[in-house]
Design a protein around this ligand. Structure first.
Ligand code: SF4
Length: 333
């Protein structure tokens, strides 16, 4: 049973929580000092577990001088600047001079000493699942990429979509609006609007597509090609952010990126093209060793870290073949 307790101190009220065990007692007392995060559900859970073993447990609110405590969210407390400032203000406001005790002997059991597998680390309870934190991290990276793309496009007098179109035309040669729409995962009306602006700026020309008489092929002009070549390098600022990853971490990260892109492709959120794992020329896990895969287009072995995510020679395999390629890629043998 948990009870809120209040004690008059210096004309004010110091509060805390007492956990009482079952039975008549008397029971030994444990004074359970909170950590920097203050009294919260994770500590309540610990107090209840300790009380269930026969102890009276008292958890004083060491921040009582600061008034009622708005609980911290441990998913963000160290990354949100205002919350970090708030928790440090509370921690630094608690000084030894405030601990006016008149006890000859005091035994202290460190909170950290209790962090055994049977008494789990509080972060186990306070942390979001790893997948959620990865998603939050990727969202932050996505915002940075969007901001950079917007800034770099703006510096060139383009929109981000216009820059992507020029980059695609430089990488893949002349394309129709429909082909650009599929490659970039952007709607055809958006491509058409951007292509019209690029034509007005004399950055692309339109000519009939010999394959489809009613369609037009977009080609970059000389100035458009120069801008497209620069736009292709826009994502490269991200490469600099990988500088602190070891080679092994980069390989693991790349493997995760390939699997995430594939999952998003299956949901229709990323265009299917460009990656080895959806390519008709890809032969996954055909041999043992450091380069288990094979590219039939150039007839050469491929290591996992050599897989392409944007290959100019990519040819999309049929749907059933893609499923078989993926199954063999992730479950060799
Ligand atoms: S052609 Fe390109 S995408 Fe296809 S398997 Fe070879 S390297 Fe990969």
């Amino acid at each position: 049973m948990a009870e809120r307790i209040e004690v008059a101190v210096e004309g004010r009220v110091a509060d805390g929580i007492a956990f009482l065990p079952e039975g008549a007692g008397p029971s030994p007392l444990v004074v359970f000092f909170m950590d920097a995060g203050g009294l919260r559900p994770a500590l309540t859970h610990m107090g209840e577990r300790l009380a269930a073993t026969g102890y009276v447990v008292v958890q004083p609110n060491l921040y009582w001088r600061s008034g009622p405590l708005a609980p911290f969210d441990f998913a963000t407390v160290w990354t949100d600047p205002r919350e970090r400032q708030r928790i440090f203000a509370l921690m630094n406001g608690f000084t030894l001079a405030q601990a006016k005790v008149g006890i000859d002997k005091l035994g202290v059991l460190s909170y950290d000493l209790g962090m055994t597998p049977k008494n789990p680390n509080p972060f186990d309870e306070d942390s979001e699942p790893l997948a959620s934190r990865i998603a939050t991290g990727l969202h932050k990276i996505g915002l940075a990429m969007k901001q950079q793309a917007w800034q770099q496009a703006n510096d060139e007098g383009l929109s981000a979509t216009q820059g992507q179109i020029l980059a695609a035309l430089v990488a893949h040669g002349p394309l129709t609006g429909s082909e650009l729409s599929v490659r970039l995962g952007v709607t055809l009306p958006t491509i058409s609007d951007s292509a019209r602006v690029l034509a007005d700026k004399k950055l692309v020309t339109k000519s009939p597509d010999p394959r489809h008489p009613r369609a037009s092929l977009l080609r970059p002009t000389k100035r458009g090609a120069a801008l497209g070549a620069r736009a292709r390098s826009w994502p490269e600022f991200m490469a600099a952010s990988l500088v602190d990853l070891t080679a092994e971490e980069q390989r693991a990260f790349f493997s995760g990126v390939v699997k995430m892109i594939h999952a998003l492709q299956q949901q229709g959120l990323i265009p299917l093209g460009g990656m080895c794992v959806t390519c008709t020329h890809f032969r996954p896990n055909v041999r043992e060793g450091a380069s288990p895969h094979h590219c039939a287009f150039v007839d050469a072995p491929l290591a996992s870290e050599q897989l392409r995510v944007e290959c100019a020679e990519h040819e999309l395999a049929a749907e059933g073949t893609r499923a078989a390629l993926w199954a063999r890629f992730i479950r060799p043998g």
